[in-house]
Write a protein that binds this ligand. Sequence first.
Ligand SMILES: [Cu+2]
Length: 872
Amino acid sequence: MYSKNDDPAGGGGRPPSRFKASGLRSRHLAAHVVVAAWAVLALLAASAQQTLPVARWLAIHLFLLGAATTAIVVWSEHFAVAMLHAPQPDRRWSNARLAGVNAGAAGVLAGVWADLPVLTGAGCALLIAAVGAHLVVLVRMGRGALGGRLAPIADYYRAAAAALIVGAVLGWLLATGQAGPQHYTGLKLAHVHVTLLGWIGLPVLGTLFMLWPTVLGVRMAERTTRLARRVLALTGGGLLITVAGLSAGRRSAAVLGVALYAVGVAVAAQLFARTVRRRPAISAAAAWMLAAAGGWLVVGVVTDLVLLVVRPPAELRDDIGSLLPVLLVGLVAQVLIGALTYLLPIVLTSGPKERAALRAVLERGWAARLVVLNLGVALLALPLPGPPGTAGMLMAGAAGAVFLALAVRVLVRGGRGLLQNTDRAGVSRRPALWGTVAGAVLTVLAVLVANSGGDTGGGTSAAGTSGAGAGTTRTVAVTLADMRIRPARVEVAAGTVLRLKVTNTDAQRHDLKIEDGPATPMLAKGGTRVLDLGQVTGNRQAWCTLPGHRAAGMTMDIVVKEDTATDSGEHKGHTSAAAADGGPDLSADFSTGWQARGADLAPAPGGTVHKVELHAAHTTVEVAPGVQQQMWTFGGSAPGPTLHGKVGDTFEVTLANDDEGMGHGIDFHAGSLAPDVPMRTIQPGERLVYRFRAEKAGAWLYHCSTAPMLQHIGNGMYGAVIIDPPGLEKADHEYVLVSSELYLGTPGSTAQVAKMRQNTPDAWVFNGVADQYAKQPLKVKAGDRARFWVVAAGPSDGIAFHMVGTVFDTVYKEGAYLLQPDQAGGAQVLDLAAAQGGFVETTFPQAGHYAFVDHDMRHAEAGAHGMVEVSR
Ligand SMILES: [Cu+2]
């Protein structure tokens, strides 16, 4: 940023001449007013955390997208000019780009806040265009320029601009819901990484190569240029791998990328540490703040790396979120404060005396502020909920606010100085300056008005709500548990400002989403959040967004008592798609290449310990001729694999939940043990080991143990465990038939769950597929003895298993023989209630086609039938 003759290292801290270019100063002044305004808004939003959930998002984005982005765009262009020794870019276009960035950011913020996806999209597009133009300028600047020792630092700014463009695209996908639920976690993590480590981290790191020795007042190390290149290759390359890995759901790649980034930061930190000399720094305040900020960057990146290694993705999303305040306050805010402490006096003044005066103002009480700020960040960093976290927030906020107040004083003083010599500065700047100030003030007022009605935080504003007289505020405590929202109905007078204090008291995670309104994040047990609905004028619904939970009854009605005969009919129930059709067409053909599921019971494996790994996931399968249906599966099929052993065998089942966004568990009826731990619900990405000893013979059911079980079993999460009775003779054929109901439609949707609750299945099936053994019969020879194991999986209906043309001479049901071949009687049906199991045996007297059915004829005719083809 400086040539040899104005190197502060040579002259003991003489400021670089380029800062003095008078035209720059007014622009910097205006820009910093905007930065300060964004930061004030961010502090306001942060203080209103409890009022509405989007406040947290707003605080983060006001600060990063507003304040930090404006500062980075201004300074990166400025430093790039200085370091490349390039000509100054056209100022009007510079201003236009900056205005574009700010207008784009404002559009994004307003769009998300007001829930207007079109506005969000327009804001993103404008932001991308403006930052794209900024990137083009930075690239072109490098072409004709002379370059210098610090030329590689401009590459940090180019990489950062590219990162913001990627971050804005990802942010748009997330904010507008274009990223489907299955990609949400990965894209969110990619967005957080590319913006924090790329857009914010890279320019900070690059600038420190130049700023750190300048602030210290020492000569730059010889190897700085070489190291700066190497660090960018490590951090930029690492970030690229991280973002690609997270977007594609490849965690190992993300780990590698963050590790490379960490190595890059370590290399830079080592250089910075060696730059420190014994002589006093030009600004000790700035030096200490920059050093502390660098320390938090190291802490943040290392923590991120550890979390990526040890945490399942769904939890990672929340944990990274808790790391955010540390990076925002510890790194970004502190770097801004440190850099501005050093730079503001230089850019706003022309004489050394004035500069010393401004610096004295900005450094006031810096040691105390440094300690308070970093203690606050440390408190935020520790995983302590409640008072310590709040104290940390207050301490950091207070330190930031004090600096803002000092900066505003300096800006006002500097502004007065600038306005005095208008002849030199030019008249055209003033409207731009005051325009931005007016814009910032208007935005502050908007935030204040929107947050009024809440009594938390620094409420210096009057509640200027424009509604009718009924502006009373009501807070209702809402609990989430047992698939219910309590209360299920809230009645309010029209115009009431409604707030819901939502608490999850369930072991399972839930959230609450208001129709056309805010939503809480996923709340773990004990988690609580306040939703601010604002003035309620029409009836609304609220529900838990986890798949299936709404249909299972996790809904709540917000009813406006005073019917003002306006548009209240608008929010009536969404028409249910439960068209009462006659189920799948069983005369149709299965798709080409389809194969019936093998019904043969595989012999029990040798040994007494059987290890099985079951993966819970969503799988789409053909469940009836030509009908594809998404099922919730154990091991990729519904029913899940059949386990087979003998009395006394131990089964060691590892359940892995590969299901994005939904918890599952497992329950083996064949084992006898305390359900608490092995039958608990595990979250996506988690595993559990379930060990049981089969003490008793029988045909047992296993199924998912997570509520609502009607849905989890009804969507396919069941299977059979066969434990042979001692002395069981070998049969010529041994088959397993698991019977169940089949419900078509989107799993967990209101329409599908209604069918489950009314017990109106679309079909009844053996081994998960309607009609499959009618299309591909089981094959035996005449005279063969066949054993049919049957388990009724339900979820609701049992079975009356019958075989046309044969008589059963053996019936074993629920652990005992009801009939054996040496007895005189015969049996025609094996009757099983839901979850019961047993087997029957028969021999086929002659060649022919023997149908087997569920003799409940509604079931038989709707899919629960098959064929045994007997040959000579
Ligand atoms: Cu389940």
